[in-house]
Design a protein around this ligand. Structure first.
Ligand SMILES: Cc1cc2nc3c(=O)[nH]c(=O)nc-3n(C[C@H](O)[C@H](O)[C@H](O)COP(=O)(O)O)c2cc1C
Length: 166
């Protein structure tokens, strides 16, 4: 699958809007992820407002690229939807990666901004978006049209593969 090998973190974007049709495809990809017991505990907050995107750079010292993004999506987990306790964040990670792959496939670019398990970032986003008590912020994607095409890196490492036994 080409998108898996092409995907790189993209932190510089053109000032061009991602269309609602593209956003729909990205969300559809997120919701197509596998989840423990098929619990699908995710919710997504779509942010297009430039002022909000600028404010969200306060999330962490590593979120400055949101200044240049015309779109961000916050991936959240609904703790009330857990069938198997402790899996919501794993499900949300699968959804996040699915979205990154669809973004690559659409020839857009994105970077995964770490939220969970940093309590202060989760709290900041919970207050920022007024999330319900049972909903936790997991990750944020900063999305846009890439300015540069990032190099494809081959990370295959035979030393990490163990045949039949360690
Ligand atoms: C859980 C997680 C958290 C991350 N948090 C950030 C972040 O806060 N800011 C950022 O610029 N990149 C972040 N990244 C992106 C990584 O830096 C990036 O994936 C890594 O350097 C490998 O580069 P690549 O994505 O281009 O393959 C995060 C990635 C993951 C999986």
């Amino acid at each position: 699958m080409e998108a898996i090998f092409k995907r790189r973190s993209v932190r510089e974007y053109l000032n061009k809007d991602v269309t609602d049709e593209q956003i729909q495809k990205i969300l559809h990809a997120g919701m197509s992820a596998p989840s423990a017991g098929n619990e699908q505990p995710w919710h997504f907050v779509v942010i297009k407002n430039k002022q909000k995107l600028e404010e969200l750079t306060q999330l962490s010292p590593y979120a400055k690229m949101l200044n240049a993004a015309n779109l961000a999506i916050l991936v959240c987990g609904d703790l009330n939807r857990q069938k198997h306790e402790g899996y919501w964040m794993i499900d949300c990670a699968a959804a996040t990666e699915n979205m990154l792959l669809e973004i690559t496939h659409l020839q857009l670019g994105a970077v995964w901004l770490g939220v969970y398990p940093r309590i202060e970032r989760m709290k900041y986003l919970k207050e920022f978006f007024n999330l319900p008590a049972n909903v936790e912020a997991f990750s944020m994607l900063s999305i846009g049209y890439p300015i540069n095409s990032e190099a494809i890196i081959n990370r295959f490492d035979a030393s990490r593969v163990h045949l039949e036994n360690w």
